[in-house]
Structures are given as structure tokens and as C-alpha cells.
Design a protein around this ligand. Sequence first.
Ligand code: PRP
Ligand code: MN
Ligand code: MG
Length: 181
Amino acid sequence: AADISDDISEVLLTEEQIHDKLAELATQVVADYDGREVVLVGVLKGAVMVMADFARHLPVHVSMDWMAVSSYGASTRSSGVVQIRKDLDTDITGKHVLIVEDIIDSGLTLSWLLENFASRGAASVEVLALLRKPDAMKVEVDCRYVGFDIPNDFVIGYGLDYAERYRNLRDVAVLAPHVYS
Ligand code: PRP
Ligand code: MN
Ligand code: MG
């Protein structure tokens, strides 16, 4: 198969920078929750790498669950209408939920999820996102744990895809324009 590196214009965050940041966020989370057990909810598929690495920095009991959601309709994601493709397996009523995401782009996916989880009676719902694009956000999302604010470029790797590829890249990188133009 072709080499991924041919499709990258710039490495934005190295594997090491990502892991250091996740360790730092884990320390914060452990301190903030102070013994309260957390349900980590990963948003498939992009959050798989963040979940795997972040969770392994936690020395406390947690459980993990997963949601798969997709935007639909003629205007796709910008509609903010979200469909559940795979729901949680567990009841989060009365639980402390920490949503784990790879990236906040427009913010529409997360704002929908936050509302959805609040309506299920979670005791608390917070968000951890490795990446956030302040210049792309269309709705305000209250994200307690943010790894990095990044420019509004098309980024791939570490779970982030373009047409389902590049999730397996270890770093976060900017996709070369020749790939999509
Ligand atoms: C991507 C990303 C976030 C969401 C952010 O997921 O992983 O979940 O988009 O975009 P937003 O802030 O504009 O809503 P995507 O829908 O591409 O699915 P995937 O995780 O399976 O790649
Ligand atoms: Mn996603
Ligand atoms: Mg995607």
C-alpha cells in the first residue's frame, strides 16, 4: 500500500506531545473527581486512540462505554441533527460521565451529545477533547479538558480520518491539499 507520509504536508502534534498532554489531563481529571467513579464515553470512531491512551494514564477505577453517532440530512453535519448509530450499553442515570472526543470542530456533535446525556439524568457530564478548532466552532461547547487548540486546517491521524483513512497515523498532521483537491 502507498505510504501515508506522502499525503502529509506538516506534522502538527507528535505522538510524544499527545501522550504528554493526555498524562497531564489525566492528573487533572483524577484530582477533579476526587474519588468519584467516572464513566468514560468514547465517541466512535475518532476517539478510539484518545480513549485508549488517556484511560491508561488513570490509576483509578473507571468504566468505558461507547456511542456512535452520525449527522444526516441534506446539509449533513452542519444541520446539527444527529442520529444514534450505536447507543450506550449502560444506564448513565446518576453517573458522572466524561465524554472523550478526538476533536471539536463545529461543536455540533458534542452540543447534541451533552443535551442527550443531560436528559438521561447523568449526575454530571463533562467533555475531554484532544483537539479543538476555535475558528471552526459554530456553537459554544463547554469543554472542561482540552488538549490543544489548533488552526482550522484539515487534520488527520491519531483517530482522525479523511474518507476513513489515516486514523492509524501516530501523529496528528495536516492533510496535503493534493489528496482532496
Ligand atoms: C468527527 C470527529 C468528531 C466530530 C467533530 O467525527 O471525530 O466526533 O467529527 O465535528 P463537529 O464538532 O463539527 O461536530 P465524524 O463524524 O467524522 O465520525 P468519526 O469519528 O467516525 O470519524
Ligand atoms: Mn468522531
Ligand atoms: Mg470522521
